[in-house]
Design a protein around this ligand. Structure first.
Ligand SMILES: [Zn+2]
Length: 272
């Protein structure tokens, strides 16, 4: 039997999966996890199931942070890439939730050499840099090169990208979002609501930036020079926008919950 507190966490967790799908951040792939508030050395993820179809606590599996192995030996099959989550929890003790997405709006910024930059005030959490993790740098001789983060070593390499080179911080990452070359992105935060906002607005930021680049190209074409960079947020504007907006997360959250509640696709047996 799960406790009342855990039931509440799972209700939010299932809503978040549905919201991420409803906003096209997750499709049949991608996943969300949350650290166990009663035991920081474990975390919860759904079993190997499309996010939109997760509906009850029986779809949720508890894993060890140490090696992403299931706490219950007879747990249903999980995601291959759960090491993304376990290694971020291992590296940053104050991180309690992680989302991994294959958003096609974001992926171009992982392969084009054009950096994803904070372009809208709703995406101030992107700060002054969005790192790109290139898994090829970490492959060894006989590794399968399918771009998936499928073991502890590759997970640790990805988690390290969330720290600035000179960083000594060990509790929180320096970057809230990291792109993954030809694959997607991963975001982490201290609450489920916050990571959902980050994931949705990372995708929206990418869409706005791409449209602005396309407009600029259409108007300036070959005449565009490096002087014609878009007007991105300055580091202070990103910081200040993030501080202001992060206090308003409940408003979009309430709307997004209502949207998935009234859609017959999504079933949450824990929703009151
Ligand atoms: Zn993936």
């Amino acid at each position: 039997m799960v406790s009342a507190n855990l039931n509440q966490l799972f209700a939010t967790f299932i809503n978040a999966l549905h919201i991420l799908h409803n906003n096209a951040v997750l499709d049949a792939y991608g996943h969300l996890s949350v650290r166990n508030p009663a035991n920081p050395s474990t975390f919860f993820m759904s079993r190997n199931l499309a996010p939109a179809l997760v509906s009850s606590p029986s779809d949720i599996v508890e894993y060890h942070v140490a090696d992403a192995s299931p706490v219950e030996p007879d747990a249903p099959n999980g995601f291959i890439e759960r090491y993304i989550h376990s290694e971020i929890y291992k590296r940053f003790s104050d991180i309690s939730t992680v989302v991994h997405s294959h958003s096609p709006a974001v992926i171009p910024y992982s392969i084009s050499g054009v950096p994803l930059k904070a372009s809208i005030h709703m995406a101030g959490f992107l700060g002054d840099k969005v790192p790109v993790f290139d898994i090829s740098e970490y492959y060894r001789g006989n590794d399968t090169q399918d771009l998936l983060v499928s073991d502890v070593r590759l997970g640790a390499a990805l988690a390290a990208q969330f720290s600035a080179e000179s960083s000594e911080a060990r509790n929180l990452p320096d970057y809230s979002v990291t792109l993954m070359r030809s694959h997607g992105f991963t975001a982490c935060a201290a609450s489920i609501e916050a990571v959902v906002v980050q994931a949705i607005y990372t995708q929206l930021n990418a869409q706005v930036q791409s449209e602005a680049l396309a407009i600029q190209h259409a108007y300036l074409g070959a005449k565009a020079s490096s002087e014609d960079e878009l007007s991105y947020l300055t580091p202070q504007q990103a910081r200040d926008s993030y501080a202001t907006i992060s206090g308003t997360a409940q408003r979009p959250w309430d709307l997004w919950v209502r949207e998935v509640e009234v859609s017959p696709l999504y079933v949450n047996t824990l929703d009151p």
